[in-house]
Design a protein around this ligand. Structure first.
Ligand SMILES: NC(=O)c1ccc[n+]([C@@H]2O[C@H](COP(=O)([O-])OP(=O)(O)OC[C@H]3O[C@@H](n4cnc5c(N)ncnc54)[C@H](OP(=O)(O)O)[C@@H]3O)[C@@H](O)[C@H]2O)c1
Length: 247
């Protein structure tokens, strides 16, 4: 096999990225473009930028009709999807006994049900050897999280790991790989809700003493999409500054 020193050669490939208006999704879009891919960039707010290789779509990821429509628009514009990268997500908050049922459903639908919907509707055009899916978990899915993000967030992020394993097994025979990244705290707008004291407390729990960056998370996504990861499926990539130590 020819050596491939670059992380990802995505020339001629198409990536669909959700959460492209957020920190990690935006970094993924920029890295896919740098790697030569065309990109379908989705968010609820308007996606910024005017690169002609980017199809910008408004997408509420909990809405099945909108998900199906986004996949159809990606197919109409680019013919296929090679990389399905689902970074959209939201936190909850507060103690379990204080969480309204509606808030539970919103967080679970946004983080978990959305992944089911996206994979379900992308499957017909994903099913080819070399296609990859990358979902987004969290260290909260491994260590239980806390009231800062709430029970629905920790639970949905844990469930995403097993959804990754399930789909990885079901689709492996067709050459579709499915993996997940699980960041610890990442320096994105998602953490803007925390007070200085909460930031200090969180950083003190990190053996590496620093939050991850959106670019580090996107780099993990690029690796999982690349031929370097051709034998990796069902993998949960831990990007938590040591907060979670894998067993
Ligand atoms: N930042 C962290 O500390 C951290 C840690 C672990 C895991 N993560 C995970 O990393 C992923 C990306 O988060 P981030 O840090 O980049 O946060 P962010 O900057 O707040 O971005 C969140 C993104 O999710 C999108 N989104 C939320 N709800 C949506 C919905 N119902 N439909 C469509 N899009 C929706 C947002 O779109 P709009 O803004 O357009 O509404 C935005 O693009 C999430 O899955 C998050 O759980 C983050």
């Amino acid at each position: 096999m020819t050596a491939q020193p670059a992380l990802l050669d995505a020339a001629g490939k198409v990536a669909l990225v959700t959460g492209a208006t957020g920190g990690i999704g935006k970094a993924c879009v920029e890295m896919f473009l740098a790697a030569g891919a065309s990109v379908v960039a989705t968010g609820r707010r308007a996606v910024q930028g005017d690169d002609p290789r980017v199809l910008k779509l408004a997408l509420e990821v909990t809405d099945e009709a909108q998900v199906a429509d986004a996949i159809a628009k990606a197919k109409a514009r680019f013919g296929t999807i090679d990389y399905l990268v689902h970074m959209a997500g939201m936190v909850g908050k507060g103690r379990l006994n204080e969480m309204p049922l509606a808030d539970w459903h919103t967080v679970v639908d946004t983080n978990l049900t959305s992944a089911f919907l996206l994979m379900k509707h992308a499957y017909p055009i994903l099913r080819k050897p070399g296609a990859t899916v990358v979902l987004c978990g969290s260290s909260n899915g491994a260590n239980g999280g806390s009231y800062l993000s709430g029970a629905a967030y920790a639970s949905s992020k844990a469930a995403l790991v097993n959804l990754t394993r399930y789909t990885a097994k079901e689709w492996a025979a067709e050459g579709i790989r499915v993996n997940i990244i699980s960041p610890g705290p990442v320096d994105t707008p998602m953490l803007d809700r925390l007070s200085d004291t909460q930031h200090d407390g969180l950083k003190a729990q990190l053996p590496l003493g620093k939050y991850a960056t959106a670019e580090e998370c996107a780099g993990g996504v690029m690796f999982l999409c690349s031929s370097h990861a051709a034998s990796m499926t069902g993998t949960n990539m831990n990007i938590s500054s040591g907060l979670v130590m894998d067993r």
